[in-house]
Design a protein around this ligand. Structure first.
Ligand SMILES: Cc1cc2nc3c(=O)[nH]c(=O)nc-3n(C[C@H](O)[C@H](O)[C@H](O)COP(=O)(O)OP(=O)(O)OC[C@H]3O[C@@H](n4cnc5c(N)ncnc54)[C@H](O)[C@@H]3O)c2cc1C
Length: 383
């Protein structure tokens, strides 16, 4: 009898526990393939610290392809381009097709597509990671051409948690080069003048103070166009916000092949996951993290904290199905969790329940949590 085949699609936050579990051995009669476009996992929570220059680029990486290969998995460096649910087959962007008995999806989300003229050409989305690195390279090229104390204007579109952190991180990077940052954070949902639309009022007010005290300008209007000179606002005067490096941080979208697969999806094309993280009634397809919407909790934000908490549930259920058991573990999203936004200069804004404050120890706490998280999986790296 031929071995049954498990495919792990992508390896982000939500697959790390499954990788660790399978790293200790797979149930008999199974072979496992990891399909990933790049050999390392990049921890997005540390991207702002990388941009700020506080940590090195590789400090946010886990070499997932090496870990998988050392555990006896086959590693295929490619992206999934289509999924045939009925035929139990995925097609990859390198032309290969792989049949599966069991599929686990952790392919994350992509930057929401925008029709705003010039945005694709002159702004950098913060995912994939490579795009964020390209923004850094663009900024560094401009920085290198400036003299000390010159002003360097940058803009960030999208004032959610990631947008706030990226704005402060870009400011820190410019300051490190002894230049003068002129940072503008733009979001039409900031009509009330506060960042983090949708968050609690204390957190929003504290984040607004953190931005104001660092001279980050807030513009609560939409964007008409992005040009090589900056961002043209959708206001009566078509105001130009000058920017030499524009970050685009406007939320998460689904990969189109997921909606085309025939899996039941929400209106935005994210497959609907049960509490057990199954996407198909026969438990042959699982999914977790940003790439799914929880059927019973559709408003759960696309955030790393949920992907991290889904990870052990996904690992337990996939492993159970491999042993011919039922997926019994359930994911119940918590509505309240600790939020920490780095200010890029050694402090962080913390929100816990109704409390919001800014302090340096909050940044120490964030660094401790981030490093502890990465250490847990780095330990799996073969020597
Ligand atoms: C700048 C920034 C900062 C953030 N900071 C925080 C934070 O502090 N806290 C927080 O809770 N959330 C944060 N987030 C959100 C967080 O990054 C996501 O919610 C989290 O990455 C989701 O994890 P995941 O496992 O679903 O996917 P990811 O960790 O994104 O992993 C998905 C993986 O799938 C791979 N992949 C993509 N497409 C394919 C394909 N077609 N085939 C195969 N593989 C594929 C990718 O290469 C990637 O490795 C931040 C986001 C950004 C952009």
């Amino acid at each position: 009898m031929t071995d049954r085949h498990l495919i792990l699609a992508g390896c982000g936050h939500a697959h790390l526990d499954l990788l660790a579990l399978l790293g200790r051995g797979f149930p008999a009669g199974w072979r496992v393939t990891l399909v990933t476009p790049q050999p390392a996992f990049h921890y997005s929570g540390m991207l702002p610290a990388i941009i700020a220059g506080a940590v090195s680029l590789d400090s946010a990486d886990i070499p997932v392809a090496r870990i998988a290969a050392a555990a006896g998995m086959h590693v295929h460096l490619a992206s999934i381009a289509s999924l045939d649910v009925a035929g139990r087959r995925v097609t990859l962007d390198d032309g290969h097709a792989l049949a599966f008995d069991l599929l686990s999806l952790d392919v994350g989300s992509v930057a929401a597509a925008t029709k705003i003229p010039g945005a694709r050409l002159h702004a950098w989305p913060m995912r994939p990671f490579a795009s964020a690195l390209a923004l850094m390279a663009q900024l560094d090229a401009v920085i290198a051409a400036h003299r000390p104390n010159d002003a360097v204007p940058v803009a960030v579109v999208g004032a959610g948690a990631a947008g706030v952190e990226i704005a402060l991180a870009l400011r820190a990077r410019i300051l490190r080069a002894s230049l003068v940052p002129a940072v503008t954070l733009i979001d039409p949902m900031m009509g009330d003048g506060l960042p983090l639309p949708g968050a609690g009022s204390a957190f929003r007010a504290r984040a607004a103070r953190a931005l104001a005290s660092r001279a980050v300008r807030l513009r609560g209007v939409g964007v008409r166009e992005v040009t090589g000179d900056g961002v043209v606002l959708d206001d009566p005067g078509s105001t130009l916000v000058p920017s030499v490096a524009t970050a685009w941080v406007t939320g998460a979208a689904s990969q189109p092949w997921l909606a085309a697969s025939g899996l039941p999806c929400d209106a935005r094309g994210f497959p609907l996951a049960s509490a057990q993280l199954t996407l198909a009634p026969d438990a042959s397809i699982f999914g977790a993290g940003d790439c799914v919407t929880l059927r019973d909790h559709p408003d759960t934000p696309k955030a790393g904290v949920h992907a991290v908490r889904m990870a052990p549930v996904l690992a337990a259920n996939v492993h159970s199905v491999m042993q011919d058991g039922a997926p019994a573990a359930r994911y119940q999203p918590q509505c309240s969790f600790l939020a920490l936004l780095s200010t890029g200069d050694g402090a962080a804004v913390l929100r816990w329940k109704g409390i919001a404050l800014e302090s340096r120890w909050a940044q120490h706490l964030k660094s401790f949590i981030d490093e502890r998280y990465l250490r847990r999986y780095r330990m799996l790296t073969p020597r």
